[in-house]
Design a protein around this ligand. Structure first.
Ligand code: UPG
Ligand code: MN
Length: 730
């Protein structure tokens, strides 16, 4: 039985000062309703369709704004007490299995992958309770070679980290800053561990360059022989290798302490069996690990997300092990943070407001979504167990009985679990493990866990738990957002939709909170409408907004200013800069008018059976000059992509509209002619031009490789001219 006299392992605090926010939100709501009333009562004589479109767009914006309030209404912050955890559970800590996923040795270089692996191997946690699994969907012998090297290096790295309480514990991140304030003794150790690291790096890079594993390594480890039957990354046998066997008391580091288990897995791939991307990899890992270490807690990280805080496991355990409130916690999600952001966050990759505000809001409504990385799960929940009130979990029960097998025998026996055929006629991918068939396997899985009665916790500590790589080009960012918004929209339309699946099962606020993300993509229609039609009508000389002298202009002005002031305040409060916010506004526009549109179109095509959505892996490395420009915060347009043509066409179109407008005004001899009726339209068009300045400069002035390809510029000018001439027919 739980001992209720214990002091809690965590506390939950509601955010203060939200009354002011609620008053503000209420006033915004009044403003939005007034805009709707204005639109409903002011049917324009010219073009009923245009009016319907404006009304629909404003209804949409207003409705969407209401949804976003779910993120702000009821925010909570979590605090935990790791000292109490140690006092009560130090000798009974549960086993933890860490899953790292990688899928391509060129996009995800093995050096980066092993840095992540090393960072989690060095967690401040009893080594006999820790097991790390690397899933390699590329089945690359180079990655395996790198992991083998890492398993040797770990013997020096882990004791070094523990001895000097190093943070963070990714070697690359530790060596990155030139630390000259170390004590002599540490400096000495650092020098030697660095030498070992560089030796390892040189060997791995050389092998990558030659495309060949050195002979000595091939001879050293029997594991390489498993590549003898390997034909391609899409067609090969399961490769399972226990590189460090934690059960083996002989597996020791350089100071004689036990080592955590380290396992390499490339699940079987056959062209006739669909592999289900990361979700498939995770499910194979769940099964394989259940026979090797079977930790009741599973931590899942992407291969670029190294641990930045050696105490994260203990942090998460405070939520699971709390005697009073821990029983219904299914997963503890840390925010996604990044180590390669620039000051003004050119591509909005920091997700500042999501991390600092929105997820705290979701947490107040029953828990954050699962976002695929930096997340601790209970194994049994992930495998489909329902939550039942009053059931207590015995954290010690999990250890796998040892059958006196050798590592090789164990590998042979367990291999089956990662075969293609294993999942046939089972619930894997449906009711068990991560769900299949959705490009955001994480979100849909987390939602279904919550629908089974579980809660989740958002933990956002001062010292970041995990740091990954944010996209460094516009193209990467837009493609990533296309995958996300497409996946989220698919969830919305599927039978697992937060709306019909969630209703009655999860908090209504959480349903709204999910919908904000699930409906990212449909935002494209209203946004496109608003960035084209008012400008066309500007050329035509027809007003679509109230006159400046009329009362009705007030709600428009209030809502526009209120919304932007609020978003600026939130951005600054979350630690951003003004320019960063402005860049974020540009990305807001770009995502809505390209990624989201493509996602919506693809989702519709998928519904009628015409296309299939995949998982385009995000690049984690870029050319030298590309990263140079990224550091200088110069937008990268140097690719021929339909998304760029679209963005550029819209930008050119608004530029032309504004230019023609200015010419008209000059010809008419002053602003009076448009002053009264067209101000809001001019402002809208002008803002669109202003926000697109980097795009114009990339199309017309820049000489570097990141400039807009001239074919894209040309195409977009033609499209823009065509759009401009539209008004003649209206
Ligand atoms: O077939 C695949 C494809 C991807 N991955 C791994 O999945 C992870 C995430 O892929 P990435 O290309 O980095 O995607 P992101 O857009 O950065 O990923 C975010 O969004 C994904 C859902 O779209 C989640 O799975 C991720 O955890 C989350 O970080 C990486 O470690 C990949 O190696 C696989 O293991 N197998
Ligand atoms: Mn990633």
């Amino acid at each position: 039985m739980a001992n209720t006299s214990h002091a809690p392992l965590f506390e939950t605090k509601k955010v203060k000062g939200s009354l002011i926010y609620k008053l503000f939100a209420a006033s915004m709501f009044v403003g939005i309703v007034l805009i709707w009333i204005y639109r409903a009562t002011h049917v324009t004589e010219h073009g009923r369709f245009v009016w319907i479109g404006m009304f629909a767009a404003e209804l949409w914006f207003g409705f969407y704004w209401i949804l976003t309030q779910a993120h702000r209404w009821n925010r909570v912050y979590r605090q935990n007490f790791k000292d109490r955890l140690s006092q009560r559970y130090e000798n009974d800590l549960p086993g933890v299995d860490v899953f790292v996923c990688t899928a391509d040795p060129t996009i995800e270089p093995p050096m980066m992958v092993i840095n992540t692996v090393l960072s989690v191997l060095a967690y401040d946690y009893p080594p006999d309770k820790l097991a790390v699994y690397l899933s390699d969907d590329a089945g690359s012998d180079l990655t395996f070679y790198a992991l083998l090297e890492a398993s040797h290096f770990a013997k020096h790295w882990i004791p070094y980290c523990k001895r000097f309480a190093v943070e963070p514990r990714s070697p690359e991140a530790h060596f990155r800053p030139v630390s000259d304030e170390l004590e002599a003794i540490q400096a000495q150790h650092l020098a030697s561990v660095k030498r070992l690291y560089q030796g390892m790096e040189d060997r791995i890079e050389l092998a990558a360059k030659l495309g060949k594993i050195p002979k000595s390594a091939l001879l050293e480890h029997r594991g390489f022989s498993k590549w003898d039957s390997f034909s391609s990354r899409r067609d090969h046998d399961t490769i399972l290798q226990i590189l460090i066997d934690g059960r083996d008391v002989e597996a020791k580091d350089s100071e004689g302490c036990r080592l955590p288990t380290l396992v390499y897995l490339a699940r079987e791939k056959r062209s006739q069996h669909f592999h289900n991307f990361k979700a498939g990899a995770m499910n194979a890992l769940i099964r394989v690990s259940s026979e090797i270490s079977n930790g009741p807690i599973i931590l899942n990280v992407d291969c670029d997300m190294y641990s930045n805080n050696s105490e994260s496991i203990r942090d998460a355990l405070c939520f699971f092990l709390d005697e009073e409130k821990g029983h219904d916690v299914a997963f503890v999600q840390f925010p996604q943070n990044f180590h390669n952001l620039t000051k003004n966050d050119l591509y909005g990759g920091s997700m500042r407001v999501i991390n600092q505000i929105e997820f705290h809001g979701l947490d107040g409504c029953g828990g954050p979504m699962y976002i695929g990385t930096g997340c601790f799960h209970r194994r049994d929940t992930l495998c489909g167990r329902k939550f039942t009130k009053g059931s207590l979990f015995d954290w010690k029960q999990s250890t796998v009985p040892r059958k006196g097998e050798t590592a090789a025998e164990l590998e042979e026996r367990v291999k089956e679990l990662a075969s293609c055929k294993f999942e046939k006629n089972t619930q894997w991918g449906k009711e068990m493990g991560l769900k299949y068939g959705c490009p955001v396997e994480d979100v849909i899985t987390g939602l279904s866990i919550q629908c089974r009665g579980w809660k989740s916790v958002y933990f956002n500590p001062e010292r970041k738990g995990f740091l990954g790589v944010a996209g460094t080009t516009l193209d990467q960012t837009l493609v990533q957002h296309k995958r996300w918004s497409e996946g989220d929209l698919q969830i919305f339309l599927s039978k697992h939709s937060p709306v019909w699946k969630g209703l009655g099962r999860i908090n209504f606020g959480l349903i709204m909170g999910y919908c904000v993300y699930c409906l990212w993509s449909p935002n494209c229609f209203a946004t496109l409408y608003y960035s084209i039609i008012p400008s066309v009508y500007l050329l035509k000389g027809d007003p679509l907004f109230p006159q400046v002298s009329s009362f009705w202009v007030l709600p428009f002005v209030y809502v526009i200013i209120g919304e932007h002031a609020c978003s600026l305040a939130e951005y600054l409060w979350s630690g951003g800069t003004v320019l960063g916010w402005w860049n974020g506004q540009r990305m807001w526009l770009y995502k809505r008018t390209s990624s989201y549109l493509f996602a919506a179109v693809d989702t519709l095509l998928k519904l009628v059976g015409y296309s299939d959505s995949g998982f385009v892996i995000s690049a984690k490395v870029s050319d030298k000059d590309v990263s140079q420009r990224y550091k200088q915060e110069k937008m990268e347009f140097g690719a021929v992509s339909p998304m760029f043509t679209l963005l550029s066409s819209l930008a050119m179109f608004n530029l032309f509209c504004l230019a023609l407008m200015v010419m008209k005004v000059i010809r008419a001899g002053g602003l009076q002619s448009v002053n009264e009726t067209m101000v809001l339209q001019i402002l809208l068009c002008g803002t669109l031009v202003l926000i697109n300045l980097p795009l114009y400069s990339a199309a017309f002035f820049r000489k570097d490789k990141g400039r807009m390809p001239s074919s894209v510029t040309l195409k977009s000018i033609l499209v823009a001219l065509l759009l401009c001439s539209c008004y003649a027919f209206l």
